[in-house]
Ligand binder design. Sequence first.
Ligand SMILES: C=Cc1c(C(=O)O)[nH]c(=O)[nH]c1=O
Length: 310
Amino acid sequence: VDLSVTWLGRTMPGCLYNASGVWCREEDELEAVRASAAAALISKSATLAPREGNPEPRYHRTALGSINSMGLPNRGFAYYLDYARRYDYACGKPLFLSLSGMTLEDNLTMLRTLAAAGLPAIPEINLSCPNVPGKPQLGYDFVATTEALNAFDQAWPGRYGVKLPPYFDQAHFAAMAEILNRHPRLAFVTCINSIGNGLVVDIDSEAVAIKPKDGLGGLGGDYVLPTALANVREFYRLLPGKDIVGCGGVRSGREAFMHILAGARAVQVGTCLYHEGPAAFARIAAELAELMQAKGYRKLDDFRGRLRTL
Ligand SMILES: C=Cc1c(C(=O)O)[nH]c(=O)[nH]c1=O
């Protein structure tokens, strides 16, 4: 069974890697992911200046997944650029850099600096951070998204991707696709980021679970799988020629299989990785391979996008 993925002009050894934000804020975390069975890696969304993030507790696990309002804690763009300068691209595992500037100008500054560095690292620009108080998610503002993508095209000469929030309405899928399809170098979209502004309540303490935003935070894990699959399948249909990276609710070969069936080119793991660590990649890959074997599939192209309707 062959789990390799050919996209963005290269072939990576498998189809699984980390979701930005999980096991990727510090260099030792990035190195642990790279040394694991992950087929690629992506850094924590970077802002131009380092950020402490929101007050703790800001992450909480439940039986069905996670809620987080981290507030974009990160080492600052220069830290991840430095890692990208020293990265061994010959290892065959692509390095993605997630960018989430506090302003459009900051995103452009980071893109121009990355372009000047002339590295094989690929930007995934985050249009969907739900946890910086006072900052609406770019991906829910179609005018701002249009302006941002036009500016990205000027600031970055190569292929890039965007991390999208979940959409929940056919009109929004269509409106977003219409915008995204205007950008030929926008090579992939990653669906989805956490489902923003959920609220987890503890009935014993009669309190919320996390401190920021009076308890509101982005949901991950089992909570988001059907929404993630819907976003993957809708954008797979609506964005011909672009790749969709599936993210949301993957904790075994089964959910990875679902994402690829829905059209995902590659699959990211977040909440499950947060708790299991990078050993999750070998387990999930083995489970996916076993599932494919049982179904008579030899490679991912045998079933990618073949989700049947009734
Ligand atoms: C980049 C900030 C994000 C954060 C965060 O740092 O709070 N959490 C998420 O679930 N998604 C994000 O995109």
